[in-house]
Design a protein around this ligand. Structure first.
Ligand code: ADP
Ligand code: GLC
Length: 480
């Protein structure tokens, strides 16, 4: 198959969260399975410096955006003929300190930035010499691509236009803007109605994608069911129910080339099930690095996360407050809402011997935390898939998760299946329920044979991308 992917972030070039990991891995594993794959993504600040192998492509973009014309250059990176990256170089839009926002406030021209990006994607889809037969876009930033393609198929002589697929990574981020921004699309107003791009008097990029893409996916089977309900549907559940027959929930994979406990450049001490001592050495190193008392016998809990309401950080703060009288330690790496950053900093100040908090984004430290901890906390209110709990499992770090979305699909609690248990799940969004989960972990930590059983199950669980890529292939074939 010839597949063009498009995303506003792709690992290893740019990343704010799991979207980047997912698209980077999907591209790599589809190409490995023999498909011809292209990925269109913005050229953000520093990418060229960090990846000197990127080369200019003889392709100049000159596209309308409302009343203006915007120029962009394109850079490319190629792997073995079958995997191409196309970076859209539009400095005013993309050479900025962050991807989407600064100090918690979205850039005021985000609609124009990503409508322009979506037009670049449609332009590539139409004119690439290898003629993609499928364009697979991700999240609201590329939500207009399916409509731009459809419109050109119907009204602009593109009769062999490719099919389109939209993956929803998080229904809570919809790219909703005042209707005035619709003019940037240069599409006729006839699409701006409630069955099209309109959302309660506004323009919605994600809803546009949901209405006009040929195929829809989301990133776990349970989340695919949840988003068709009022509770999780973020006011799009009706639209999603209408399109349910074209919607699949496909669990993300883990790129085990990167998330591994042996041969991992971020981990000083390799380890495996057969040689587990390295994990303890990593734990002691991390305790030292983060100025905590070095003691391998203390249960170490960790979190690596965007500090957003979605992630249940309020109940995590409450539950830690309640539980920190116990003999335990906790480390956090995260950034996001000022309120949660402050909350965790204060917690560390009050419990300097038990809590270490790093505010920021640090790839290496995220691996070291996953490897060092005994337990990983992920009390999300909703979680489309979640990758950290799957990374934890591979690292022999028992996840404590709320029973929702992809967390429920990827972690096995003793009440689900005692033979295969590899984590601790709780139901209620409450401090009490998470504190109970932490208490269960403390009991498990003291029961070494049972803990070893959990760790064995966890480390042997397989979320390899080969399986995920095969599921995407099967789904694409249904519509091509
Ligand atoms: P989401 O995409 O909703 O943020 P996921 O669990 O799917 O959640 O993916 C989060 C990804 O971002 C993981 O790869 C995780 O390691 C990474 N990540 C999150 N916060 C940080 C951080 N502060 N530093 C480094 N990596 C982070
Ligand atoms: C989103 C979701 C997360 C998912 C990731 C990758 O950021 O919040 O649950 O794992 O996308 O699909």
């Amino acid at each position: 198959m010839r597949i063009l992917l498009a995303s506003s972030e792709v690992h290893p070039y740019s990343k704010s969260g799991g979207l980047a990991d997912m698209v980077g891995a999907l591209a790599k594993y589809l190409a490995r399975a023999g498909h011809h794959v292209g990925v269109v993504t913005p050229l953000y600040r520093d990418i060229r410096e960090r990846f000197p192998g990127i080369k200019p492509l003889d392709w100049d973009l000159h596209l309308p955006l409302g009343n203006n014309f915007i120029q962009a250059k394109v850079w490319t990176r190629e792997f073995e003929d079958r995997l191409h990256f196309y970076f859209i170089d539009q400095p005013e839009f993309f050479q900025r300190a962050h991807l989407y926002e600064e100090k918690g406030v979205g850039y005021p021209d985000n609609a124009e930035r990503f409508i322009f990006f979506s037009k670049c994607v449609a332009n590539f889809a139409r004119y690439l010499p290898w003629k993609p037969e499928l364009v697979h876009v991700h999240d609201w930033q590329t939500g207009f691509v399916p409509l731009l393609i459809l419109h050109q198929r119907l009204h602009d002589g593109w009769s062999d236009a490719p099919r389109s697929c939209l993956t929803i990574h998080n229904l809570a981020y919809q790219g909703v803007f005042p209707k005035a921004h619709y003019s940037a699309t240069n599409l006729p107003p006839s699409y701006l109605h409630p069955e099209g791009s309109e959302f309660f008097g506004y323009m919605s990029c994600l809803k546009t994608g949901i209405n006009y893409a040929d195929m829809l996916t989301t990133v776990s089977p349970r989340y695919a069911r949840e988003i068709t309900t009022e509770e999780f549907g973020c006011a799009l559940d009706g639209v999603l129910r209408r399109r349910q027959s074209n919607l699949a929930g496909i669990l993300n994979g883990v790129d085990y080339d990167e998330w591994k406990t042996e041969g991992n450049p971020y981990l000083k001490h390799p380890y495996s099930l057969a040689g587990f001592n390295g994990k303890l050495a990593n734990k002691m190193d991390l305790q030292k690095e983060l100025d905590l008392p070095v003691n391998p016998d203390l249960p170490l809990f960790g979190t690596v996360s965007r500090l957003a309401d979605q992630k249940g950080m309020d109940i995590e703060l409450g539950a830690l407050e309640e539980m920190l009288s116990a003999e335990m330690q906790f480390v956090l790496l995260g950034s996001g809402s000022a309120e949660f950053e402050k909350g965790f900093r204060k917690l560390a100040l009050r419990h300097p011997k038990k809590v270490a908090v790093k505010i920021g984004f640090d790839q290496g430290l995220s691996h070291r935390i996953e490897a060092a901890c005994d337990f990983f906390l992920m009390p999300s209110k909703f979680e489309p898939c979640g990758l950290n709990q799957m990374y934890s499992l591979r690292y022999g770090t028992i996840p404590i998760v709320r029973r929702t979305g992809g967390l429920d699909d990827s972690v096995t609690d003793i009440s689900d299946d005692s033979e295969h248990a590899d984590g601790i799940k709780f139901n209620e969004i409450s401090v009490r329920a998470l504190a109970k989960g932490i208490r269960k972990a403390l009991v498990l930590f003291e029961n070494k044979p049972v803990l070893a059983h959990y760790i064995r199950n966890a480390m042997q669980k397989d979320f390899s991308w080969e399986r995920t890529a095969r599921e995407y292939e099967k789904f694409y074939h249904k519509f091509l």
